[in-house]
Design a protein around this ligand. Structure first.
Ligand code: ADP
Ligand code: 3PG
Ligand code: MG
Length: 393
């Protein structure tokens, strides 16, 4: 599949409706600048071509009601600081005042609209709502990759009424993530962790057959270990999915993919800071033990594999990384992957995993860190994303 790119669109000197994903405000504060930073290349390119910009985004899940704490107003200041330019903020995203402000916007000027989800018409993909937004501008550019799995008015409605294209971030996300499945440099190592197999089955299935080696960590590994007959005591598992785990193990055998599970685990009797933690071999958990991280022996065995890999994709923390006691394996992986930058394609995707490497201040040390959570997983699962469909050539 191909999508329309900025280079295919005549946007010079135009008024642009730029859909971004600035879903980063909580309690009236920007809690994460990564998505804002990642939107800068497109904004700068459009400004360089004398465009005027109308930026639009959703934030949170206000379900059609105005919730002040979810206003996008704080983003305007952060964006203005990053761009060293004025960014005006408009209190709504449709209506007379918005139209008048959009009309008056001059080349080089930027305005940010209020949270699209303050109108229920956004999530309902209401076509009148989409039309009134489309009337604000001459062309539509979509850089909101993290929201590409949502068939909402600003994502799939507006591009029906305006010449449109993907922005530079959307393009990079699309090309990198689909490139992983299409033509990865080999060996290709995929590391998949996180809490639940149920949220990752499709991703795992699409990686089997594409990756050469798949390492499973996080709580997900517990269900796989159960499938192999090990007792995981009080660890988080999904007993209903033991058969699915068996199927995945079988499937990887058939496809000659090396599926690796942990050989040692860090355990404790409670999920809280300061609980006594121990490292135990798989199969040797004591009564009441909860597996909360991957052990050192396992991580050590991954080193030569990581060193040889030409493509490394990571999704899902390897342990209960919200507590620093159980973030060690994930930290090790973050560092080991960073050491491969320039030698291998290193790609990180998923909401919590991206937030984790960002918190470490390491997000610039990989080939690519996706801004997408659900969107990147759906794309890697081989699903069609509505916003990408709307940008199809
Ligand atoms: P992403 O959002 O990047 O796709 P996930 O949501 O799948 O990642 O994985 C991150 C979550 O997995 C974190 O909340 C983390 O606490 C949880 N997790 C990882 N390992 C364990 C474990 N051993 N026990 C409980 N939770 C775990
Ligand atoms: C995200 O952060 O994953 C996107 O902005 C989508 O948000 P949503 O899950 O509230 O639709
Ligand atoms: Mg998550």
């Amino acid at each position: 599949m191909n999508i329309k790119l900025l280079k295919d669109l005549d946007y010079r000197n135009k008024k642009v409706y730029l859909r971004v994903d600035y879903n980063v405000v909580e309690n009236s504060k920007v809690i994460d600048e990564f998505r804002i930073e990642q939107s800068l290349p497109t904004i700068k390119e459009l400004l360089a071509k004398n465009c005027s910009l109308i930026l639009a985004s959703h934030n949170g899940r206000p379900e059609g009601k105005v919730e002040k704490s979810l206003s996008l107003r704080p983003v305007a200041q952060v964006l203005a600081n990053l761009l060293k330019r004025k960014v005006s903020f408009i209190d709504d995203c449709v209506g007379q005042e918005v139209s008048a402000e959009a009309e008056a916007l001059k080349p080089g000027e930027i305005m940010l609209l209020e949270n699209l989800r303050f109108h229920e018409a956004e999530e309902k993909n209401n076509s009148l709502f989409a039309k009134s937004m489309a009337r604000l501008a001459e062309v539509y550019v979509d850089d909101a990759f993290a929201n590409a799995h949502r068939a909402h008015a600003s994502m799939v409605g507006v591009p029906k009424y305006l010449p449109h294209a993907a922005g530079l971030l959307m393009q990079k996300e699309f090309e990198t993530l689909t490139g992983l499945l299409k033509s990865p440099r080999r060996p290709f190592l995929a590391v998949v962790g996180g809490a639940k197999i149920s949220t990752k089955i499709e991703v795992l299935k699409s990686l089997i057959g594409k990756a050469d080696i798949i390492f499973i960590g996080g709580a997900m590994a517990n269900t796989f270990l159960q499938a192999q007959g090990f007792d995981v005591e009080k660890s988080l598992t999904e007993p209903d999915l033991i058969d699915t785990a068996r199927e995945i193990i079988e499937l990887s055998k058939n496809k000659k993919v090396d599926l690796i599970l942990p050989t040692d685990l860090v355990v404790a009797k409670a999920v809280k800071p300061g609980a006594n933690k121990r490292t135990v071999e798989v199969g040797k958990l004591e009564k009441g033990d909860i597996a909360l991280d991957i052990g050192k022996e396992t991580m050590r065995s991954l080193i030569p594999i990581i060193k040889k890999a030409k493509t490394i994709f990571w999704n899902g923390t390897l342990g209960y990384a919200e507590l620093s006691d159980y973030a060690l394996a994930s930290k090790d992986l973050a560092y080991l992957m960073a050491l491969r930058k320039g030698k291998a394609e290193t790609v990180i995707g998923g909401g919590d995993t991206t937030a984790f490497v960002e918190k470490l201040g390491m997000h610039n040390r990989y080939s690519f860190v996706s801004t997408g959570g659900g969107a990147s997983l759906e794309l890697l699962s081989g699903k069609q994303l509505p916003a990408l469909e709307a940008l199809r050539t």
